[in-house]
Structures are given as structure tokens and as C-alpha cells.
Design a protein around this ligand. Sequence first.
Ligand code: NI
Length: 139
Amino acid sequence: MAGAVRFSVSLEKALLKKFDAYIGEKGYTNRSEAIRDLIRDLIVEEQWEAGKVETVAAVTLVYDHEKLDLKSRITELQHEHHDQIVSTMHVHMDAHNCLEIVVLRGVAAEIRTLGDQMISLRGIKFGRLNLATTGQDLP
Ligand code: NI
């Protein structure tokens, strides 16, 4: 790996054992790759918190389509923020429930607010916001 620096870390045996078990479950084959990903995640999370970066996110919503007020509020929100909505996928899960995946693009702080607005609508049965990054500013 070009420009890689080696450094040593001291930690308690028990903690290292737990860390190894954790990264093993995640499928990592070595500690370096796991630690690199953790560091990248922290830096990206900090950039999102600061709201500085342009990013993309996916909002997952589950709701009952028979709740017409909720259904129209979700659509209304998406039209109000059409410049930040890239795409919406709608899946009819069963006779009543809908799964909607909304892809957002914009300044991290703004799309996080929009995602949270959707998730917190009354009647949403499940809501998740996942911000994503290309990691282009990171090694
Ligand atoms: Ni549906």
C-alpha cells in the first residue's frame, strides 16, 4: 500500500479479544483493514455532523397506504424538496404495507433533516436514514 504508515497500539488483552471477535463476525481478515474502515467512518461522520459535504442518502420507510393523510404528506414532502430527491422506489409489501426507498442528494446536514422529517411523520412503522459516501477525500 503506497504511503502506508505502520503504528502500534496498546490495549487490554480482553478488549483486543472482543475486537477480533467483532471484526471476525464482520468478515474482516485482518485488523488493519478493520481499523482503516473505523477511522474512515469516524471522519466521514464528523464531516456529516459539520454539514460541510455534499452527499447521498437512502431513506427507508414502511407505512400503511390506507393512511391517506400520511401517504399524501410523504408525497408532498418529496415534491417540496424535489431538488434533493434523486429517485423513489415503492414496493407493495403486502395488502396494506408499503416500503418506500427515497434516495436523497445534497448537503449532508440538509438531507439528514429531510430524512428525519420523513421518518418522524406520524404513522411511519419503520424508518431509517443511511448516509453514504464515495470516500473520495479519504485515502
Ligand atoms: Ni404500496
